[in-house]
Design a protein around this ligand. Structure first.
Ligand code: ADP
Ligand code: MG
Length: 153
C-alpha cells in the first residue's frame, strides 16, 4: 500500500494530527514517531495526549527515556530513545513489559532502540517542508492501517 502523506503547515496542524490519532488508537498499539530534531514528534505527542483528555504539561522524555500517563482504562507510555544506549538498562527497567495489550506506546527516535524495540502498528514520519512539515503515515499491522484509513476519512 502507498504511504499517505499529510501537509502540516504549522504547529496547530501537528497538534491536530495528534488529536486525530487520539480518536483512532486503541490499547495495545505502538506508534513510532520518526524525524529529525525539531521535526515535531513531541508536538504531535502533545496533541495526542490533549486529545485523550490529558490537561497537564507534556514533557519531552529525552532525559528520562519515558514519561507515563495513566488514563482510566490504559496507560500511555511516551518514549524518547534519543539518548538510549544500554539494552541491559532497558530490560532491567522493565520497559519491555510496557508494550502490552493494555497500553499505548509512542516512541520518538525508535531507530536508536535497535532490535530491543517491538515493531510498530503505525509509523508517523515527520519531515521539514517549506515553513512547515509533512507527515508520512505507514501501517505496520492491520490495526495500524485501519487507523490510517480512519484518519484520512
Ligand atoms: P521533536 O520532538 O521532533 O524534536 P518538537 O515537537 O519539540 O520536535 O518541535 C520542534 C518545534 O517545531 C516546535 O517549536 C514546534 O512548535 C515546531 N513545529 C511543530 N510542528 C510544526 C509545523 N507543522 N510547522 C512548523 N513548526 C512546527
Ligand atoms: Mg522530541
Amino acid at each position: 500500500r502507498p504511504n499517505p502523506s499529510l501537509p502540516l503547515p504549522d504547529e496547530t496542524a501537528t497538534l491536530d494530527l495528534g488529536a486525530r490519532l487520539a480518536r483512532v488508537l486503541r490499547p495495545g498499539m505502538t506508534v513510532w514517531l520518526v524525524g529529525d530534531l525539531g521535526a515535531g514528534k513531541t508536538t504531535l505527542s502533545r496533541g495526542l495526549l490533549r486529545g485523550l483528555g490529558f490537561g497537564g504539561r507534556v514533557k519531552s522524555p529525552t532525559y528520562t527515556l519515558v514519561e507515563i500517563y495513566p488514563f482510566s482504562s490504559f496507560n500511555l507510555y511516551h518514549f524518547d530513545l534519543y539518548r538510549f544506549v544500554d539494552p541491559e538498562e532497558w530490560e532491567e527497567a522493565g520497559f519491555r513489559e510496557y508494550f502490552n495489550p493494555e497500553s499505548i506506546c509512542l516512541v520518538e527516535w525508535p531507530e536508536k532502540g535497535g532490535a530491543i524495540l517491538p515493531l510498530p502498528d503505525l509509523e508517523v514520519r515527520l519531515e521539514m517542508a517549506d515553513a512547515g512539515r509533512v507527515a508520512r503515515l505507514r501501517g505496520g499491522s492491520e490495526e495500524g492501517w485501519r487507523c490510517i484509513d480512519e484518519i484520512l476519512l
